[in-house]
Ligand binder design. Structure first.
Ligand code: 13P
Ligand code: SF4
Length: 410
């Protein structure tokens, strides 16, 4: 059997099954009375393209470079970034080496909203996006004149995979009276069909704004985030039934037991987690908002329910504090991801260096789809500008106060 990668898995040795599947269904109305509005069949989808299932993604996760190879790879990347007028834009879930390199070379490490904004505003001619495919596509849509590369262009996302454009479009057609709001974790074609795109850091505010205007919402694809936003805003939301493979694994019963072991710990939860887990949270928010909470809250211990790649940044910005991963094990555990996104794990130093050297894995978006998708993304960015939502924690708690305004308990 092949050597395990950084996450301790041998390629292909994932979960209890030989393949993986994404389950999707459409049309449950979420409301206070939890009325079932319409329920179409739940469909199991098996994807053919490489990197489409969690098992295939794990099998493609690059092996950890040897200690003596790491500085050489980093040098190759630094050199190419400079020579090609390129900048590295990374998500908090990717390998710590890539996060550190992004910051050291003048790039950024952040959540999906800030990645989009940083890539758009940076003067570099090439954006190297270390994250998942929708992040690369968003960068390209916002800056069609720039070259966008990714370490592995097949790094996908279970939410994107679970929301095929044709079916999503039919869902929208069936509900023409609703404003279509989609999460960033979708394909360019789905964004092109939407009125608004949102990320987890701003979705609540945007839906509250639309609700105040009397709009009814069609939401896709993450059902947990949709439910959370519906609960918080009281908006009339029709939810697509997608979910994130990673966050779906967090277990409420086991989390309650863990809370008993660490009674002083604060619980930080990403809203892609199930409602039962969100209910146990002290803070619910986007990755940046959870990091900001780890810095600001008067606590020494935190239980963290999101991808464990985030712990690298939390430990850097809140030194001396203790971070405990929320449980993914339990009676119904499948542990297809065990709190780490297999698609994020497809980003390594080796394939990053290679992409820069060969120009491979370039992200292209059909110009017409891109033009239409940009309308929904720009709406979010304009809204963020209007409400002055800056989402990068500076490390200075006084300056970062605004980050805590739209996060809170479940
Ligand atoms: P954030 O925008 O909060 O970083 O979330 C992105 C994501 O994919 C979480 O799973
Ligand atoms: Fe998608 Fe979940 Fe991975 Fe985020 S953690 S990129 S939502 S599969």
């Amino acid at each position: 059997m092949a050597a395990p990668n950084r996450w301790g898995r041998a390629p292909g040795a994932v979960g209890s099954r030989g393949h993986d599947d994404v389950v999707r269904g459409v049309g449950v109305k979420s409301s206070d009375s939890a009325t079932i509005y319409t329920m179409q069949s739940t469909i199991k989808v098996f994807y053919e393209r490489p990197g489409q299932s969690a098992a295939e993604a794990w099998a493609r996760v690059p092996q950890e470079p040897l200690p003596q190879e790491r500085p050489l790879l980093k040098d190759r990347i630094r050199h190419r970034l400079k020579a090609q007028n390129a900048v590295l834009v990374a998500h908090y879930y990717v390998h710590p080496d890539i996060q550190d390199l992004a910051e050291e070379t003048g790039g950024c490490v952040s959540d999906s909203l800030e990645m989009a904004r940083f890539g758009r505003d940076h003067p570099a001619k090439t954006l190297v996006v270390a994250g998942v495919r929708f992040m690369g596509e968003t960068a390209k849509i916002l800056s069609p004149e720039k070259r966008v590369l990714m370490p592995d262009a097949d790094a996908n996302c279970s939410l994107d995979l679970g929301c095929p454009p044709e079916e999503f479009s039919a869902f929208c057609d069936a509900h023409p009276d609703r404003t279509v709001v989609v999460y960033a974790n979708t394909s360019a074609a789905v964004k092109a069909r939407a009125d608004w795109m949102v990320t987890s850091s701003i979705g609540l505010k945007i839906v509250a704004h639309l609700h105040a205007q009397g709009k009814k919402i069609l939401w896709a694809p993450d059902r947990h985030l949709g439910h959370y936003i519906q609960q918080q805003t009281g908006a009339d939301m029709l939810l697509w039934q997608g979910s994130c493979l990673v966050h779906d694994e967090f277990k409420a019963f086991e989390l309650e037991q863990l809370k008993k072991e660490y009674p002083l710990a604060k619980v930080l939860v990403h809203p892609e987690s199930p409602d039962s887990v969100v209910k146990l949270a002290d803070v619910v928010g986007s990755t940046t908002q959870l990091i900001a909470a780890a810095q600001s809250l008067q606590a020494d211990e935190f239980i963290v329910a999101t991808d464990n790649g985030i712990l690298h940044k939390m430990k850097l910005l809140a030194p001396g504090k203790r971070f405990i991963e929320a449980p993914t094990a339990g009676e119904s555990a499948t542990c297809k991801s065990c709190a780490h996104c297999p698609w994020m794990a497809m980003n390594g130093l080796g394939n990053l260096a290679q992409a820069l050297e060969t120009g491979g894995n370039e992200i292209c978006v059909d110009p017409e789809i891109g033009r239409r998708a940009k309308v929904s993304i720009d709406r979010m960015l304009d809204f963020a500008k209007h409400v002055n939502l800056n989402v990068v924690p500076s490390g200075d708690l006084d300056k970062d106060q605004h980050l805590f305004k739209n996060i809170g308990p479940a």
